[in-house]
Design a protein around this ligand. Sequence first.
Ligand code: GLY
Ligand code: MN
Ligand code: MN
Length: 266
Amino acid sequence: KEIKKPEELKLLKKAINISAIGQNEMMKAMTPNMSETEAQGVHEFVYKKYGAEYEGYPSIVGAGNNGCILHYVENNKPKVGNGNLILMDLGAEYHGYTADVTRTIPTNGKFTKEQKLIYDLVYKAQEAGIAQAKIGNKFNATTNAARKVINKGLAKLGIIDSENAYHNYFPHGATHHIGLDVHDLTNYGNFKENMVITVEPGIYIPEGSNCDKKWWGIAVRIEDDILITKKGPVILSALAPRKSNEIEKMMKLPSVLNDFNLPKLD
Ligand code: GLY
Ligand code: MN
Ligand code: MN
């Protein structure tokens, strides 16, 4: 059901916290030499540590241009590379309830100028979307608010001709319900107290796009899980930082996950 009972919220919050901690541990462990598969493994290792039984949906871990592929689940690039972004959309399933959290981080710990411009624009769009996650608003209020910010920003950066220009850089909605399913059932009615939704704007600029090639290969999605309350939106996935400078700060912290000293194999 769309409106979650207290015992359901408890399980959902646990799944979301586990997923956010997975993102944080990955931010600390990230190195340019790591593979996408290994990065996926770090998240899923954390899930298992907390007793999450499954992943809620096939994990999406895409570095560089792979981030532009919306349901990229191969996760098999041997090195995430130096100077790329990596988009990581994963969710733990805990006792049947599924989180859905995306973070996009620079593989070497520091955003380039262009990456930061796009990242901060998606962040701004997400903030605008989250602000609409209020009782009584229409289901598409979050997507509309995020889309408006993205269109304006893309025009300002010269990536599209005007904020009304047709484009395909944000080709999906920004919201769905979560619960027993990652895309939980909904009748697309107005938001009500104790619904839990995602707000997940993104900008994807694949190689070969019709814009300056300095933007090519940049793909950013930021996805958080939001509880709708009488007091306004509550970001349940707030354990994982979202601001670009806070991500860079988290990435400077050491990680034991780089220190396994496993034997080498051919
Ligand atoms: N991970 C699927 C979604 O974000 O909707
Ligand atoms: Mn989602
Ligand atoms: Mn997702």
